[in-house]
Design a protein around this ligand. Structure first.
Ligand SMILES: [Zn+2]
Ligand SMILES: [Zn+2]
Length: 241
């Protein structure tokens, strides 16, 4: 039997999030179910609810794609996580697993279309749309659920599920590390994580900003350098991102 859970969602664009109830499907053979401990609001949640991506894909829409919770149930075919594990869910919860890109581990480029954590038609529940983290619990394919180490504050871990991975991926791809220099353009939600991660990898991190307004904030995250290059920032020799 599907479970009814409390949530916050929007009934239309440019409308406030309001309390409501939604249904979560039964745990399938390869699914996990978790009680959500923390979720947060990323800018693309605001884009959806603010109407910048067009009409809501479904109504009501429950946003949030940075979710940390504790597993309360697993399907019989899924063994990678156990009940009680602290885990996270980011922006994707499914893909075809069979196309060339999925088989290469690039599920975000699934040639048959990936399934977002909210607002996507749910292949596991024909006729229904996925709903996000502003809710008490969620059921998702276990392959898209990641372990959260116990030494991480679960509240602080939630933003790593989208903002964090967004900056981690290029740092990893371009091998940030001792002896390398990383420039972070803008010290916002992603930028400050970029500085911290670049430094944790051993790189020298410079914040490039349009003004001195964020200089103190840069000092707070212990950026190595802060520069205001002028109205136009030109980056020579930068690789594609
Ligand atoms: Zn695919
Ligand atoms: Zn995001």
């Amino acid at each position: 039997m599907p479970t009814t859970v409390k949530a916050f969602g929007a009934h239309d664009v440019r409308q406030p999030l309001v309390p409501l109830t939604i249904e979560r499907r039964d745990v399938g053979p390869h699914d996990v179910k978790l009680d959500i401990l923390y979720c947060d609001i990323c800018h693309s949640d605001m884009n959806f609810v603010g109407g910048e991506f067009g009409p809501l894909p479904t109504s009501p829409l429950v946003p949030s794609h940075e979710i940390v919770g504790r597993i309360t149930g697993t399907g019989p075919e899924f063994t990678r996580h156990r009940v009680g594990d602290l885990v996270g869910i980011g922006c994707m919860v499914n893909s075809c697993r069979d196309c060339e890109n999925c088989r290469a581990g690039q599920e975000q480029y699934c040639l048959n279309g990936h399934t977002l954590v909210f607002g996507s038609p749910d292949p596991a529940e024909p006729g229904a749309h996925t709903q996000g983290g502003c809710s008490e619990a969620i059921v998702a394919p276990g392959d898209f659920v990641v372990r959260v180490p116990h030494n991480l504050d679960p509240a602080a871990a939630a933003p790593l599920l989208c903002a964090g991975i967004t900056v981690y991926a290029p740092l990893k791809r371009y091998i940030a590390g001792p002896g390398t220099e990383v420039a972070v353009v803008g010290l916002g939600g992603l930028g400050h994580l970029g500085v911290k991660m670049a430094q944790a990898m051993g790189a020298d991190a410079t914040v490039l900003s349009q003004s001195d307004r964020k200089r103190e904030a840069a000092a707070a995250v212990v950026a190595d350098h802060y520069a205001v290059p002028g109205r136009r920032i030109r980056v020579h020799g930068a690789g594609p991102s």
